[in-house]
Design a protein around this ligand. Structure first.
Ligand code: HEM
Length: 261
């Protein structure tokens, strides 16, 4: 596997559709592996494009202000957790999204999502991930019929994608020394984390010649003359994160609620 660290190279590769993502096993039979084979993240070409369009439609229906309001209320409700920012960051974003996406019992879901999220990047046999997936699909609102018309899988994908990245952004912002300084606005804290220590550190691609690449999203900015460092925290190109607005709205609400000042 080759590591690509120069941000300009990473950006160029992410924007080039000739570089593909490692695909999930389409013949998988276990529930959590089957899930990986039905999401956008591990599909290429027309399959990816079709799932991506459905994901964007789901996200378009979400009210970003309502997500932020929900995040503020849930963060307040977890005040008893004291300074345990990790627990709040792991719970609130997923619960808010689950509520807006129409899941039943949204506050029961973050711990299931955490189990499935651990399995998600590479897959493999996992009874715990299988059980979590089954429960998450049961909690999803039912829509359409047949595998490709059923958006339940993609709704669960949204929760899984949001889980670790949004939590890492929140915790990263709160750990900055400047978080204790009331004059530093929360969006500046978030921007600093995204630029310097992106929550998703790496992603993988396969080059047209078959070589496996590990792309560093927070790598070096070789071209200093270009002024501002490139920000690749949400990826780039056709597979870039479709939800930066949602992520930032939720993260800002949680960080605001947890800042000591
Ligand atoms: C700080 C929070 C987040 C960060 C830093 C982040 C980052 C990323 C990155 C880098 C990718 C692209 C991976 C690649 O190119 O291989 C990605 C993809 C994705 N993200 Fe996010 N994400 C965040 C939050 C969210 C949230 C809240 C959601 C859902 C509401 C979400 C949904 C997705 C989806 C569905 C994809 C796959 C897109 C596709 O297959 O075309 N992300 N994210």
């Amino acid at each position: 596997m080759m590591d690509v660290t120069e941000r300009a190279d990473v950006e160029r590769i992410l924007a080039d559709p000739a570089y593909s993502v490692p695909e999930a096993d389409a013949a998988a039979t276990r529930p959590a592996d089957r899930f990986r084979a039905r999401v956008s993240r591990f599909a290429n070409g027309a399959l990816h494009d079709a799932r991506r369009r459905r994901i964007e439609a789901l996200l378009d229906h979400l009210d970003v202000d309502a997500l932020a309001t929900g995040a503020t209320a849930r963060t307040r409700a977890m005040a008893h957790v004291g300074d345990n920012a990790d627990a709040v960051a792991a719970h609130v974003p997923v619960a808010c999204l689950a509520e807006q996406l129409g899941f039943a019992e949204p506050d029961a879901l973050p711990r299931l999502v955490a189990v499935l999220a651990e399995h998600y990047p590479v897959g493999g046999p996992s009874d715990a991930a299988d059980a979590a997936l089954v429960r998450l699909l049961a909690a999803a609102p039912q829509s359409g019929r047949g595998e490709e018309r059923d958006d339940s899988v993609l709704r669960v994908q949204l929760l899984v994608q949001a889980h670790a990245a949004t939590a890492a952004l929140i915790v990263g912002a709160l750990r900055l020394p400047s978080a204790a300084d009331a004059v530093v606005p929360t969006p500046d804290l978030l921007a600093s984390v995204l630029r310097e220590t992106p929550p998703v550190r790496t992603t993988r691609r396969i080059a047209p010649d078959g070589e496996q690449l590990v792309l560093q999203l927070g790598g070096r900015d070789g071209d200093a003359s270009s002024g501002r460092p490139r920000m690749l925290a949400f990826g780039a190109g056709q597979r870039a994160c479709p939800a930066p607005r949602h992520a930032l709205a939720i993260a800002a609400a949680v960080v605001d609620g947890l800042r000591p000042c």
